[in-house]
Design a protein around this ligand. Structure first.
Ligand SMILES: [Cu+2]
Length: 122
């Protein structure tokens, strides 16, 4: 094998090694459950979620009409839900109980009543 070929073979082996370790790393990560939630004046669908403590989830938030907010103060999570966009929020519940989330962007007459709950179980 020429020196040049040897160099190429070593480089190829290194690339394969890196790809294999990346694949192992990705597959070792816990798969986050994706939960779709739609906001619409003046509620969220679903309006209640049950999650497991310590299990990360991704909330995919969309709005069916106007700009909304998603605020889950007990977990320090908040986001704008913008029309025609998907807002992704990662949540790792680290305590059990039932917690309220609410809309914190004024969206109309019943805005103050727009909320839902998340129950976190062990
Ligand atoms: Cu609102």
């Amino acid at each position: 094998m020429s020196l040049r070929r040897k160099g190429l073979a070593i480089a190829a082996a290194a690339v394969i090694g890196v790809l294999a370790s990346v694949a192992t790393y990705v597959s070792a990560q816990p798969k986050e459950k994706v939960i779709k939630m739609t906001a619409k004046r003046f509620d969220y669908t679903p309006g209640h979620l049950t999650l497991k403590k310590g299990e990360p989830v991704i909330l995919e938030l969309t709005t069916a009409d106007v700009l909304m907010g998603f605020n889950l103060p007990d977990f320090g999570v908040r986001a704008d839900i913008i029309p025609d966009k998907v807002t992704r929020v990662r949540l790792v519940p680290d305590k059990t109980g039932t917690f309220t989330f609410l809309c914190d962007i004024f969206c109309g007459t019943k805005h103050e009543e727009m909320n839902g709950t998340i129950t976190v179980v062990d």
